[in-house]
Design a binder for this molecule. Sequence first.
Ligand SMILES: [Zn+2]
Length: 260
Amino acid sequence: MKIIDSHCHLDDFFYDGTIDEILSNAAVASVDKMVAVGTHLRDWQFYCKFVGKHQNIFYTVGLHPTNSEMAEEIDALPGFLEMENKPIAIGEIGLDYHRLPKEPEAKAPAIERQKNAFAAQLKFAKASNLPVVIHSRQAFDDTFEMLTQSAIPGENVLFHCYGYGVCEMGKIKEFGAFTSFSGTITYKPDMAEPLKAANLNRLLIETDCPYLTPNPHKPKRNEPAFLRATAECAAKILNMRDGDFCDLVRKNTEKFFGIG
Ligand SMILES: [Zn+2]
């Protein structure tokens, strides 16, 4: 029952010297592939080198919406497609209205910055024919509108760490996009309904580590090995056998990222 962590951040583990331990824990837990997701230039550069030493780890490049004041870093994206170790997707990119400045006069410019960075990266992804990993928090309508306008086909879009409801899931299904669920399903009972509403052929799972530790591993720092707990919880909610569920999300993940 091998599984793929479709969204993790590994740079912290490297910088604090725990990466070898983390990767061996992942192997023991049968998490045999990982997608390390970029958030800004420094981690793109790190992953680009790092994946050269680890054939089972893939990486993406994208400026996270909460980093959009560093929009000039977007200019560095095309360079990564020229590297020997190429990224497999653009992300995580999108809109995050949860963490906006409190002052009303600072809010609008912050949203504007996020939208500009998102639009520029969608354009780049479309031109490069790469799939996109979307981070969207409290900004569903704007995210969805910009995605539709980008003309990127739904099958190349992944909503990571799904946190919206059943209604939004309906729109995503119609659009044909993929959704990924994180450890939040193990401690937020209201995520069960959107999970049940997801298109099973476009469903992925992820840790988003070092954040969002699933039960029963809280309050430890999250790591890829803990994906097993999320897989078991999701299989239970969906009334599937563990093995069938793991096979399904594995196939979906390989298809979305083209890493089969
Ligand atoms: Zn993330």
